[in-house]
Design a protein around this ligand. Sequence first.
Ligand SMILES: Nc1ncnc2c1ncn2[C@@H]1O[C@H](COP(=O)(O)OP(=O)(O)OP(=O)(O)O)[C@@H](O)[C@H]1O
Ligand SMILES: [Mg+2]
Length: 433
Amino acid sequence: MNETIYMSIGGLPALAVASLVVIKPTRPATLAALGWLASIGRRVWWWLVLRVTWKAVAREAGLSKRRTKRVKRMGVGEESIEKWRDPRLKRVKPSAHSVTLKVRTRRGQALADLEAFAPKLAATYSADAYRVYPPKRRAGSTVMFELVMRDLIKTPSVAAMPEPRMQTESVRLGRRQSGKPFDLQIEQRHTLVVGASGAGKGSFLWGVVGSLAPAIAVDAVRAYGIDLKGGMELTMGAPLFTKIAVKGEQAVEMLREFVGIADERTEAMRGHSRNHKPGPGDPLYLLVIDELASLTAYADNETKKEAERLLKRLLSIGRAVGVVVVAFVQDPRKEVIDMRGLFTQTIALRLRSAMETNMVLGDGMAPFAPAHRILKGAQGTAWIIDEDGSTDRIRADYWSDELIRRIASLYPADPTAAPGAIAPEPPALGGAA
Ligand SMILES: Nc1ncnc2c1ncn2[C@@H]1O[C@H](COP(=O)(O)OP(=O)(O)OP(=O)(O)O)[C@@H](O)[C@H]1O
Ligand SMILES: [Mg+2]
């Protein structure tokens, strides 16, 4: 019976579609009304299924506890009665695409046991994805599960031209799995983006640099780039960058310059302000590193050591003084993971194993932010950890080469802004290290 109910959780919407076919509505108003009815029906159905099957699912998943009590009955002698203790389903809230459950631990149960139940719950109800997060109240004993029944970020969306206004605090990168927009904070943050080859790191890179273009044009942001893969990626939008380093020595030089800027700013700001606020002429320095591993793993020993030392220093001192790093990497190897703690936010695109997910997002995170389960065809999809510690799945908008070139020609960086630039011109690809 329960199996039938779980399997048929999507049955009602199918019924609604069937009724549309039978009724053959032609007027838009009728169509809208039927769509609305189907949506209401779906929510009621989800609510019912969850309420009816909750205890059985919790018991089968090993979340509940059975106690056998022996009681004395007059005339019968001793009798045993079975009693279950289940985690309490406090609320079921369906929306147009998902169902949110609020669950309280049973007596003697750890919150972590309940949280670890999320993958089983999602599989039981055939959810496309799930999310676990703390509620606003009673976060010590209660947990929220969001089961995504219809994946709103399954289809990719394309980035649009950024609005022509100076924006430095955060950038709009794409959508959350709830369909709401996803903004990434840039000021006061160092960002690490990890994802296998072809996972869509480029969408994040251009989402950051392209969205900051209007600020770059008025010198409120100065973007510098390190691209030791021959400048393949960054050259596309070269005019947006004040400098691009394509060789190991240039990269080390650039890191040294960044540490110098951060030191100077720290000195100048000491006693006046604790956080730098960028503006035209007093820019946010943004260092974009495509393939961090090429700097810390593949380069020759001397370059590697110096680069690592400088980068670690930059990551420790730059954030508050308006010198931030956004780094991209394919492979969470040891050298990169050593530095992970110095980055203040991490984005995990498609990874190759649960072990990699744990290495990137933190020990034990694989069940809550399963980046290794992202499909190959869902490029630009990633898991993040929000400020409150909860996880969320996001998808970045796709940036076409043409859009990048258009933005770069519309909002080029001021070439006079950085005296002594290494490579203000697009570097020749042949000059790669
Ligand atoms: N947000 C997106 N939505 C849909 N498709 C995308 C998105 N981002 C990238 N793609 C597709 O995936 C392909 C690979 O993306 P991208 O070059 O950004 O990967 P990458 O992670 O940078 O890989 P590598 O590490 O090899 O450079 C792109 O050519 C594009 O077709
Ligand atoms: Mg790339």
